[in-house]
Design a protein around this ligand. Structure first.
Ligand code: NI
Length: 236
């Protein structure tokens, strides 16, 4: 995917602030999300994809089931559809576990974004299987922390666009009251789709309203999501 294809469906007005470097951090504060383009090298991506394929095959071919392998069975079928592998750092997948570990490559990015020393607090793989993946409904990951305090970094293993269920956000909704429901925020809009290329890292404030659509394409869409919080903060 070219850089041009990554442009958003709607363009925000450029904020008049000059004290932060123009590397997505300002977008994170004003919009609640940003892209750190091409942060994961191809070799590391290949290793993550191979490992992801192995985990997914455990479910789809070997019949492995666990509380960490979240799935649903579409009405009228008997075929369970995997959509999330939770506690990814504990699934015997060392490459993904390194992303979560204290010395992992995402920690400096999260520390720079949040402006404090950080720790990883959750790790999961989002799986949108071709043709069968359901939409992820509008939601806010957390509203029990202030804005700009806790973020999710998503490492994209595959190109992601409208066809295979890219992320969609309501920009600025991380700044609204925690009592606001994600669906109401989505109805007020605007909604922006965020196409990404494999190797990109997306960051979003855990308070932002976001969602993704079903995967109607023949292309898989996998991302590894890691939540980062200030090292000193006890998450509520
Ligand atoms: Ni989410």
């Amino acid at each position: 995917m070219t850089r041009h294809a990554r442009r958003q469906t709607e363009t925000a007005e450029a904020p008049l602030q000059t004290h932060l470097p123009d590397d997505g951090l300002q977008g994170f504060r004003t919009d609640g999300y940003a892209v750190l383009p091409q942060r994961i090298a191809e070799g590391a991506l290949e290793a993550l994809r191979a490992e992801a394929d192995g985990l997914i095959r455990r479910f789809t071919q070997d019949g492995f089931r666990s509380d960490d392998y979240w799935h649903f069975t579409p009405a009228g079928t008997h075929a369970p559809v995997l959509y999330r592998i939770h506690n990814l750092e504990s699934q015997g997948s060392p490459t993904a576990a390194r992303l979560y570990a204290d010395e992992g490559p995402l920690h400096p990015m999260a520390a720079s974004i949040l402006g404090v020393p950080v720790r990883a607090t959750a790790c999961a793989m989002i799986v949108k299987l071709p043709g069968v993946a359901a939409p992820v409904p509008w939601h806010r990951d957390r509203t029990n922390v202030p804005p700009h305090t806790v973020c999710n970094l998503s490492v994209f293993l595959d190109d992601s666009d409208g066809g295979n269920g890219c992320l969609e956000f309501v920009p600025g909704s991380h700044l609204t009251s925690g009592a606001e429901e994600a669906e109401a925020l989505q109805a007020q809009g605007p909604v922006r789709a965020l196409p990404l290329a494999a190797g990109d890292v997306a960051v979003h404030d855990v308070r932002i309203a976001h969602a993704s659509r079903r995967n109607t394409s023949p292309r898989i869409r996998r991302s590894i999501v890691i939540e980062f919080a200030p090292a000193e903060l006890e998450l509520p």
